[in-house]
Structure formats: structure tokens, C-alpha cells
Design a protein around this ligand. Structure first.
Ligand code: AVI
Length: 340
């Protein structure tokens, strides 16, 4: 990896046309897994909720993906964090309370925190809907000297609001949204999420966001359909979860993992392709579906970005990019933005 530093973006100027400030949206009430499955799997094209990929086994498989030579996101981002952590922490301020949304195994935040002066005490908050996912990250971060960790089992928006509301006088917030997690949201949802985040912050708070960039199709295919079949297992595990939790009768061997690059939408898609005509029932969601041979269940989108799109999306949501660092080999971008 060769992290290359990009020039800082002028915080006073939008990347393109002037846009209105974010106003904050109402957060929709959480729906149950069964409701989500009924709505998405019952519709055409058939879909499943990507957030459901992360049960205990799914989280372990995702950890394994991050170690695969064909999946460069985690390594590239870790290298950028290591190279620029002092600048990032300095810009966030000495008294920054740090929040990570979707911390994975905690390794990336640990890398960032090792840039703090050893004397600095840090209040760190982790937000995720999965308690299992939070356990590993909490244990990892407790080993970093001077760090006090609190875990919040919550959706990103509500967890962030909770942490922001409890800040002490004089504290700023640094929100870490790493790993290109933003890429798993369709653009309207990603925009809304950024606006909701902005609404929870005060002017001058900062956000550190990782975005995977558009790259050659072959590299994307290898990253999302790796020769070891780990990503295929990660994808099929969603069916294992439906069988276990909703009493479904998916036969795993008649669904093939497929990774597709959608050029027009600039996204990788993961699908499970039915290998024959079949009928599947999901009693826990009150659903029975017919699948034709070749029909797919779309399980995840991973949007890929151009650097200017990232800056523009942040600006539209009420943030001013103040620093950006790119890994030219892996094509990955880390952006630090201030709430304006
Ligand atoms: C967590 N997320 C950013 C990963 C991604 O690249 O979209 C999840 C993943 N899906 C397949 N491989 C990794």
C-alpha cells in the first residue's frame, strides 16, 4: 500500500453549487426482521436486508473477508489511519469524545487511537445494532491505554444522538464511519443518514468517513467473489439465518453466490441465484415464494465512489471536508469533514 496525501479541501467552499443546510429527518420506527423479510423478499426484484448478514457467524465471516488478499478495503484504510492519525486527532480536538458507528472488531479505531499522546484520556463510544458485534470491539479497545469504552446497542442515528446528548461541557465529537459502511446504503438513504448525523452534531464537530472508490471491474469481482469462497459463505449464511430464525426451508446447495458490477449505478451487488424452479416457505415471515431457475435474491449493494461525489455528498449534508487521504493502489478514500 502506498497512502498518498491529497491536498486539503478548502472548508469555506462547496465542492460544487451552493446547497441548503441539512435539516434533520424523523427517524423511521425500527421494523422487525420478519417484517423486513416479508416486505423485501415478497417484492420484485426479491431482496433481503443487508444488515441481516451480520449475525455471529456472519460477523466472523466478514472478519475473515477483511483478511483476504482480494479484499483491500480494510488494509488500505488501516494504512491510511496509521499514516494520518496524528493529523486526524489534532483536527478533531484534544477534548474530542469519539463515536464509532459499526466498529467491526475495533481494530481500525484502535489503530487511530494509538496516535493519541499516551497521557490523553479518551472517551470512546461504539454504536451497533448487534450486541455480539459490540463485544469484540469493546474487548479490543479496552486494551488501548487511557481509553474508556461504552457500547450502545442502537441504530446509527439514535446511538449518535444519545452520545451527543450526553457530551460534557467543552467536549467536541469525532464520529468515525469507516470501512465504506456508507456504501451499503442506497444513495437516498445514505444522504438521509448523513443529514441525520449532521443534525445530531454541533458546528465544529468532525466526522471521519471511509469510502471505497470506483476501480477496475476485475478487482471488484475478485473482492466480492473471492477464490476461497468466503464471500459466498457470507452471502449464503443469510439463508442459514432465515432457516434458523424464521423456520424457512432454503436448500443452500441450490443457491449460487453471484457478484455483479452495475456500471450505471456504480455499485457491486451480491445476489443468491436460484439454480432451479423451486418453492420456498418462510413461516416466521408468513411468506411462501416461487423462484424460477436463474431468478435472484439481491442481498447487498456496495456503492463505489468518485472522490468529488464524496465531497459533494458531505457538503450537501451540512459538512465541509477539511482533509482527504487516498490510497492510490487500493483506491480507497478517507475524508475528515467538519459540521458547518
Ligand atoms: C461492510 N461493508 C462495507 C462490506 C462491503 O464491502 O460492502 C460488506 C461486504 N460484502 C461483501 N464483502 C464485504
Amino acid at each position: 500500500m502506498s497512502p498518498a496525501t491529497m491536498p486539503l479541501v478548502d472548508a469555506e467552499k462547496p465542492p460544487s453549487a451552493e446547497a441548503p443546510m441539512a435539516s434533520g429527518h424523523d427517524v423511521p420506527a425500527p421494523v422487525s426482521f420478519a417484517d423486513d423479510v416479508r416486505r423485501l423478499l415478497g417484492a420484485r426484484p426479491r431482496r433481503l436486508p443487508a444488515h441481516a448478514l451480520y449475525d455471529a457467524l456472519g460477523s466472523a465471516l466478514f472478519d475473515a473477508i477483511c483478511h483476504l488478499p482480494w479484499y483491500p478495503i480494510t488494509r488500505a484504510e488501516t494504512a491510511l489511519l496509521r499514516a494520518h492519525r496524528r493529523a486526524i486527532l489534532e483536527a478533531a480536538g484534544r477534548r474530542a469524545r469519539i463515536v464509532e458507528l459499526g466498529p467491526g472488531n475495533g481494530e481500525k479505531l484502535a489503530t487511530l487511537l494509538h496516535g493519541s499522546p499516551t497521557s490523553a484520556a479518551r472517551d470512546v463510544h461504539l454504536v451497533d445494532v448487534s450486541a455480539t458485534a459490540l463485544d469484540a470491539a469493546t474487548a479490543r479497545l479496552r486494551r488501548v491505554p487511557g481509553v474508556q469504552v461504552s457500547a450502545h446497542v442502537a441504530r446509527y442515528e439514535s446511538g449518535l444522538r444519545e452520545v451527543a446528548a450526553a457530551r460534557r461541557d467543552g467536549e467536541t465529537l469525532l464520529v468515525c464511519f469507516l470501512g465504506s459502511n456508507i456504501g451499503n446504503f442506497d444513495p437516498p438513504d445514505a444522504d438521509m443518514l448523513l443529514r441525520q448525523m449532521r443534525a445530531a452534531l454541533r458546528r465544529g464537530d468532525t466526522m471521519l468517513i471511509g469510502s471505497d472508490l470506483v476501480k477496475p471491474r476485475e478487482q471488484l469481482h475478485a473482492a466480492y467473489d473471492d477464490p476461497l469462497g468466503v464471500t459466498a459463505a457470507f452471502n449464503r449464511n443469510l439463508l442459514v439465518r432465515l432457516n434458523r430464525e424464521l423456520g424457512a426451508d432454503f436448500a443452500l446447495d441450490v443457491f449460487a453466490h453471484e457478484a455483479r458490477w452495475n456500471e450505471a449505478a456504480r455499485r457491486m451487488e451480491m445476489h443468491l441465484v436460484s439454480q432451479r424452479d423451486q418453492c420456498v416457505s418462510v413461516p416466521g415471515a408468513g411468506l411462501a415464494i416461487d423462484l424460477a431457475a436463474g431468478e435472484t435474491i439481491w442481498t447487498e449493494s456496495s456503492y463505489k465512489y468518485r472522490p468529488l461525489d464524496v465531497a459533494e455528498g458531505l457538503w450537501q449534508a451540512g459538512f465541509a471536508p477539511v482533509g482527504a487521504w487516498q490510497d492510490d493502489e487500493a483506491k480507497f478514500l478517507l475524508t475528515l469533514a467538519a459540521a458547518r
